[in-house]
Design a protein. Sequence first.
Length: 93
Amino acid sequence: MEIENAYRTSSLDEAAAIAAAGANFIGLEQKSHRSFYFVFRPADDASCLAEKYLRGSLTVNATRMTDSLTTLKDAVFSRLRNGDRDAHYRRDP
């Protein structure tokens, strides 16, 4: 099931940076057997942050970046561990 009005990236680094910058991480979507999209909403806000990240102009707090990496990795490993029991990992909005 695809989440509407959302920004998706399969890059862990990009996802962690935009989450650390304040984008609302809402969950994971299956990309392939062992890979996922990190999903953010609203799409416009996350897309703007992603563009800054890709240009190298996004500045984030180092502690928030580390926390974001941990949260996103935990989501992926939880999903891999639980398999189909978690159709979508979603955080409460």
